[in-house]
Design a protein around this ligand. Structure first.
Ligand code: UD1
Length: 416
């Protein structure tokens, strides 16, 4: 099994280009199910999760052709509106097939995701929303079986803000009869990117980026060429790594507008940040100061950046409170960070991070995608060698991380 070896202590420096957003690519690829015409998606990152989504679509009968950073899809001959457990269990975002399949084919059989490393993560709101739109839903042998002759527009209130839930229902509503209003909708930039792609396919959507999205259903959608937005979480991870190593890093093609909460916290930590239309330069001249964080739906501080900021706080001056409000059980990186010398206590959903002068390299294990990113940051700071096991978690969300951090001067290598 492959591992990542890092010899820490080098301040990151130089320029790196931000890849396309994983969490925008996945729903946009699923949106190809909504039309019989060709769809071309570009600026798609080369990630395991993208490969899983393409395999899932291919199993349904979608013709897919992948070229570097682009995917051509043709869903004119879908034979099986079915998402099997083997694929859904490796990637929860497979649930994004449910809405489009039900809307276009009147039927979907999608496995329930089951347990996952970062908590319970139910999909009840996806199901309730589709039911409100007139789908008949049965849970059979671990599968969601949805049927509908044609979905009907409806008013859907989601009691919790859910990103993929909002995306699923927005896609389904595009082909429903009449108007759908999604209340307490997710405002995440990836939802907005999906909405833009759907609008380019002929969908009638208003209010994306706010918490009330209105969709007027149409008879059919047409083909599209869409370039995916840059990945704000990847960008934030590079910036946190630059700050923790006291580096000087410029991100090119950065999703500047979607990073406000993260940039604000990096400034509070003492970083000097210059921003242009699509670049961000971060300079950190001294030891970072600790910054307290509370995760929240967008535009709040993203849960997907929580682990990386625990790593940053681990070497900062002072004590930080990091409160996770979105997912229970999302502190698994803490145990591993402690192996590197971090001083962190957990009380309920808050981690108390007492900054230490230095971390020391050790063998650690990645437990989930963002947890693994926090271990990389800690490894970049630690004295000596850090070896990270189970880096397939990292490959789900970061494209060629060792090459790109290597470009910034990090001493990092993939080893068997
Ligand atoms: C998406 C992102 C993930 C990110 C998360 C929160 C993708 C592919 N993944 O995940 O990287 O960490 O948003 O920003 O975009 N919930 C329910 N019922 C539901 C659905 C969700 O109770 O039917 C709860 C969840 O348990 C969680 C909260 O809502 O507590 C938010 O989850 P959600 O936004 O749905 O996360 P995902 O869309 O799975």
């Amino acid at each position: 099994m492959q591992k990542l070896s890092i010899h820490g202590g080098v301040p990151l420096s130089g320029e790196v280009r931000v890849a396309g957003a994983k969490n925008a690519s996945l729903p946009i690829l699923a949106a190809a199910l909504l039309t019989a015409e060709p769809v071309r998606v570009s600026n798609v990152p080369e990630l395991n999760d993208v490969g899983t989504m393409i395999r899932l679509l291919e199993r349904m009968g979608v013709a897919a052709r992948r070229t570097p950073h682009a995917v051509d899809l043709d869903a004119s001959a879908v034979s099986q509106p079915f998402a099997p457990y083997e694929l859904v269990k490796t990637m929860r975002a497979s649930i994004l097939a449910l809405g489009p399949l039900t809307a276009r084919f009147g039927e979907a059989r999608v496995s329930l995701p089951g347990g996952c490393a970062i908590g319970e993560r139910p999909v009840d709101l996806h199901i309730k929303g589709l039911a409100a739109m007139g789908a008949t839903i049965a849970i059979e042998a671990g599968y969601i079986h949805a049927t509908a002759s044609r979905l009907q527009g409806a008013r859907v209130f989601m009691e919790t803000v859910t990103v993929t839930g909002t995306e699923n229902l927005m896609m389904a509503a595009c082909l429903a009869r009449g108007e759908t209003v999604l209340e307490n909708a997710a405002r995440e930039p990836e939802v907005v990117d999906l909405a833009r792609c759907l609008i380019a396919m002929g969908a009638r959507i208003k209010g994306h980026g706010t918490d009330v999205i209105t969709i007027e259903g149409v008879e059919r959608l047409h083909g599209v060429e869409h370039a995916v937005m840059p990945d704000r979480i990847e960008a934030g991870t590079f910036l946190a790594a630059a700050a923790a190593t006291r580096g000087d890093v410029t991100l090119a093609k950065a999703p500047v507008a979607s990073l406000d909460a993260v940039l604000e916290k990096l400034r509070e930590a003492g970083a000097r940040i210059d921003v242009g239309a699509d670049f961000i330069r971060l300079r950190m001249g001294a030891r970072p100061k600790s910054v307290s964080i509370r995760t929240a739906p967008y535009p709040g501080f993203p849960t997907d950046m929580q682990a990386q900021f625990i790593a940053l706080n681990a070497v900062a001056e002072g004590t930080a409170f990091v409160t996770e409000t979105i997912f229970e059980n999302r502190f698994m990186h803490v145990q591993e960070l402690r192996r590197l010398g971090a001083a962190i206590d957990i009380e309920g959903n808050t981690a108390l991070v007492h900054g230490v002068e230095k971390l020391t390299g050790a063998a650690v294990m990645a437990t989930d995608l963002r947890a693994s990113a926090s271990l990389v940051i800690a490894g970049l700071v630690a004295e000596g060698e850090t070896v990270i096991d189970r880096i397939y978690h990292l490959d789900r969300g970061y494209e060629r991380i060792e090459a790109r951090l290597g470009q910034l001067g990090a001493r990092i290598a993939r080893v068997s």
